[in-house]
Design a binder for this molecule. Structure first.
Ligand SMILES: [Fe+2]
Length: 273
């Protein structure tokens, strides 16, 4: 089972608008095309697309409608799951995309029976705040899901927009997941949780979950723009947009591959004053 993770597109209502000096819609379209082409050429097409938050920077209906239309334009696209980020308007997100996209908090079943996987989508959005929080009700739901997965003999991958712990960047660590410690404590006691992926940090980052060894904790680059990298990029391309392929095995192992692509040769530059 393969998941393509793309993150932090920061779309706008204006299809020609710029965010951080770049055209988010054009770069998200380019990301989708580039990643799918790379995976097709490698013979590893994804079974699932995961968008890990900050979908719409200006939190407008128009931004979500662009995303909906872009996803609908490719009938060959695998099913899509998405998390809200801090840059989000939950009612507009749900109204525009709720029929086509599985939205957090939710359980995404990848296959059936023992050895299959559940992708648990967590919602860390806090209205009006840059940092995130899951809250006690969602943590209790997560614990029930992990217990049920153990009973059923299925593996779990967790996805949340905000990193659950510090990555080593003072600014980003101050706007992470407020109850990340509670999440990590829960996961440490549940070996059925095989890994956790997040967005928010706009860079490749790799660590490990506490508890049983060998369970990756992975930050994903943005399709729009990078933030200063804490760790060296394994591909030496920290300034390029990117995403990640996650390959989930029947014995609970997660293999992952960082994806990078060039910026389009020509994209709309901001108009100088
Ligand atoms: Fe972001």
């Amino acid at each position: 089972m393969r998941i393509l993770q793309l993150s932090d597109p920061h779309l706008l209502a204006d299809p020609a608008g710029l965010c951080r000096g770049r055209p988010p819609l054009e770069l998200f379209q380019h990301a989708l095309t580039s990643a799918l082409q790379q995976l097709a050429e490698a013979g590893t097409p994804p079974d699932q697309l995961l968008l890990s938050g900050d979908l719409c920077h200006d939190e407008t209906w128009g931004g979500y409608a662009r995303l909906r239309d872009l996803l609908a334009a490719d009938p060959a696209l695998p099913p899509v799951a998405a998390l809200p980020g801090n840059h989000e308007h939950l009612l507009r997100l749900r109204a525009a995309l709720g029929r086509e996209v599985l939205l957090a908090p939710a359980r995404c079943c990848l296959g059936q029976g023992p050895g299959s996987w559940r992708l648990l989508l967590l919602d860390s959005h806090c209205p009006g705040q840059v940092g995130g929080r899951l809250g006690s009700a969602q943590l209790a739901w997560l614990e029930r899901e992990l217990v049920a997965a153990e009973r059923q003999g299925v593996w779990v991958l967790l996805a949340v927009h905000h990193p659950p712990g510090p990555i080593g960047d003072a600014l980003l660590d101050s706007i992470a997941l407020a109850d990340g410690d509670a999440l990590l404590a829960l996961v440490a006691e549940r070996p059925v949780a095989r890994g956790l992926v997040f967005g928010h940090v706009h860079q490749h980052w790799q660590g490990w979950l506490p508890g049983p060894a060998g369970r990756p904790l992975l930050g994903c680059p943005s399709t729009l723009c990078p933030f200063p990298a804490v760790q060296p990029c394994p591909l030496g391309r920290a300034d390029d947009p990117g995403g990640r392929l996650l390959e989930l095995g029947e014995t609970g192992e997660i293999r992952h591959r960082l994806l990078r692509w060039d910026l389009p040769r020509v994209f709309s530059l901001p108009t100088l004053p």
